[in-house]
Design a protein around this ligand. Structure first.
Ligand code: 6R9
Length: 681
């Protein structure tokens, strides 16, 4: 029996749970301090008077915090008996054992129960002005038909379905249909090549793939079904491919292919949800590791959903009725947590953005904000920097008065981009939240909010850990750094419900990568600085830290200074082997459109700025001006590729298939050769 939201607080904990939690959890109707107004989930936690105290309790007494929140926030068919059973030294992470629930019920049925006509999805299609809305009732119906269809075609609980689709309602319904019948999903970004797709299908051992005939993005048509055809040739496990129609153009169908919408129409609109254990797999998501084989990170049901929902609600200050606009693709973790699961678990209206920031012109985002009345906008620094280059007029053309919070994710946001986002896009009135997290963390871990409403936000800093998150910095000896105004390797000292549970089929790699470097801690792979005030600033991947004459310096720090130059659109800094200094600094710089300067003059100016803002040793030895930087399709600058070019190791460039535009690399190589020949004695 699936009860609507609110049912959970009525559950009586089992005697075991009562025993284990007795010392922590005091449910009391009396102590409704202002914390309850801010966070109703925490209303039952006694003796907490204020947000700072709540944050403190979420770490010092994390079991009672997460137990209360999980009971309140999720709809369980059977309550959990054990809050957590984790041992970071062995990479063992389990939350809410004994609990049973269904994620699709949590994301759909309970909202249909209370408000079936509320809009769940607004599909901002590539064709501007042709958005389509889907209510919670409609999304549930779509999900149920699809769940029944998958079941009829033999997809069982525990199977893994690969989804290779652009961001669209049927992709969301596919994810939720898997969740409904207890299958795991493996969404592969629809920009990946056939080889990359095939590798992920094989590793996930999927026998079912869901795709569309063609994709449409930035006015260009992509042949997704053809890519799947090529991929599955090297995937013997694949037995069936469901094909939805994004365009009207027919594609060749084989005996293996099934016309999805046509078949869905034959299915019942009711689909019995599978009763899942908290720790059953919800999805795999492959991350583009900097080298070697991609890692299929595994997330499970209850902990992931809870963490996505809670962070969505509190980091962005989401309120009932808001329209949430996260422009990430569903092929990345940001799309999973903040386009699909977080917003839907909270009953939000969530935007599915199919286009690009500059299609058909650089006003696309802000036109969309005006048309869809978006309240929270969540995007990537790379897009912000690109738009900044085109000038304020593209923003000012549109009414952005609905905006309340602006978010940034994916890489460090430099001060100039942050300030432009805040001042121009948000008219100086919306908090900008720079959110740090990873595929591995499931949801946002460090962000300026939640905090006291007036607490300061420092540009370009993720700043404050979320509830239950306990970050620490480690020195090179593996010792915890206790003071402030210090930098180190960013680790987490405590488990939290949203963290990944393993790497699919390779638990040892999971342990080696995340838990072995600092035993007892989760190692993020990032470096961070903790300011005098205790705020965190991410300094970049640790492999992006360079050592110049014995001085450690984050490449992101240098980039931040270079980007402050008004002529610069963006930059990437890498280290290279230097015979005297150990490492030297090599900067790639992209200028804003229409800038006409002497490169030599600008180089001098940039060197002066870095010397002045950081130190002389940080000043670039080489500055190469480039038209664009090589980026992944999710917009991350491929510093690995830049490092190889700078080391003249063209053999070692590795797999470039995940690049947005491989031609950018050729331009970079030529520019590098030109620069070297100019500087040869
Ligand atoms: C959510 C996402 C994770 C890596 C992470 C870090 C970088 C993400 C950041 C940030 C500085 C931020 N990163 N957010 N760096 N400031 N606000 O992007 O996940 O694709 O797994 O990437 O991205 O280096 O380790 P994912």
């Amino acid at each position: 029996m699936w009860l609507p939201c609110g049912c959970t607080s009525k559950y009586v904990a089992s005697s075991f749970a009562r025993r284990t939690l007795a010392s922590y959890l005091h449910v009391s109707g009396r102590s409704r301090c202002n914390v309850a107004a801010f966070m109703p989930e925490a209303a039952g936690l006694e003796g907490v008077s204020g947000r700072a105290a709540l944050r403190e309790l979420s770490v010092s007494n994390s079991e009672s915090f997460w137990a209360a929140v999980a009971r309140h926030r999720l709809c369980w068919s059977t309550p959990f008996h054990t809050v957590q059973d984790c041992d970071l030294s062995r990479g063992k992470i389990k939350w809410f054992e004994g609990g049973k629930l269904n994620v699709s019920v949590n994301c759909l049925d309970r909202h249909v129960h209370t408000c079936p006509e509320r809009v769940a999805l607004i599909w901002e299609r590539d064709e501007r002005g042709s958005e389509m809305k889907y209510t919670y009732g409609e999304l549930l119906e779509m999900t149920c038909r699809l769940g029944n269809l998958l079941r009829r075609h033999g997809v069982k609980r525990g199977d893994c379905v690969t989804i290779y689709m652009p961001t669209c309602p049927l992709a969301v319904a596919s994810m939720l249909a898997c969740a409904r019948i207890g299958a795991a999903h493996n969404v592969v970004f629809a920009g990946f090549s056939a080889d990359a797709l095939a590798e992920r299908i094989r590793d996930a051992q999927s026998s079912t793939v869901i795709t569309v005939n063609q994709g449409v993005r930035g006015g260009k048509v992509t042949e997704l079904k053809k890519t799947v055809d090529t991929a599955v040739q090297s995937c013997p496990t694949v037995k069936q491919v469901f094909v939805a129609m994004r365009t009207d153009n027919p594609v060749t169908m084989t005996a293996r292919d099934i016309a999805m919408e046509e078949e869905m129409l034959k299915e019942d609109v009711v689909c019995e949800p599978a009763v899942m254990n908290s720790e059953d797999v919800l999805f795999l998501l492959y991350t583009s590791g900097s080298t070697g084989k991609p890692k299929g990170l595994v997330h499970t049901q209850a902990g992931y959903l809870l963490y996505a929902a809670l962070t969505h609600r509190y980091v962005f200050s989401y309120h009932d009725g808001d329209v949430f606009g996260c422009v990430a693709d569903i092929g990345w973790i940001t799309g999973h947590s903040y386009v699909v699961y977080g917003p839907l678990a909270n009953g939000a209206t969530t935007v599915l953005f199919e286009s690009t920031p500059i299609y058909p012109d650089p006003g696309r985002y802000w036109d969309m904000v005006e048309r869809l009345k978006i309240n929270q906008f969540y995007g990537a620094p790379t897009a912000i920097r690109l738009l900044l280059k085109y000038g304020d007029q593209w923003v000012n053309k549109y009414d952005r008065s609905t905006l309340k919070t602006l978010g940034s994710v994916g890489e460090p946001i430099n001060t100039e981009a942050w300030e432009w986002y805040h001042r121009v896009v948000g008219d100086g009135r919306c908090p900008v939240v720079d959110t740090w997290w990873q595929t591995e963390t499931g949801g946002i871990c460090i962000a300026p909010r939640p905090s006291d409403p007036d607490a300061e936000i420092v540009p370009g800093m993720a700043m404050r850990p979320f509830f239950g998150i306990n970050p620490v910095l480690m020195d090179t000896e593996g010792e915890v750094l206790t003071s402030n105004n210090t930098s180190g390797a960013l680790c987490m000292a405590q488990p939290w419900p949203g963290m990944a549970r393993t790497i699919h089929n390779d638990h040892q790699r999971f342990i080696d990568t995340y838990f072995q470097p600092y035993p007892g801690y989760f190692f993020t792979g990032d470096g961070a600085y903790r300011s005098e005030e205790g705020y965190y600033q991410i300094t970049g991947r640790l492999d992006d830290v360079i050592n110049v004459s014995g001085h450690r310096i984050g490449t992101a720090e240098i980039e931040d200074v270079v980007n402050q130059c008004p002529a610069v659109a963006e930059s990437a800094v890498v280290g290279y082997t230097h015979s005297i200094k150990g490492q030297g600094v090599y900067a790639f710089v992209v200028l804003k459109k229409g800038i006409d300067v002497q490169e030599a003059d600008l180089s001098r100016q940039l060197n002066g700025m870095v010397s002045e803002k950081i130190a002389k040793y940080a000043s670039p030895d080489f500055i190469q001006f480039a038209k664009r930087l090589p980026k992944t399709r999710s917009g991350k600058i491929m510093r690995r590729v830049l490092r190889k070019v700078v080391e003249s190791d063209l053999e070692g460039l590795g797999d470039l298939s995940t690049l947005d535009d491989p031609a950018a690399v050729q331009e970079i190589i030529q520019g590098h050769e030109k620069l070297l020949s100019k500087n040869r004695p």
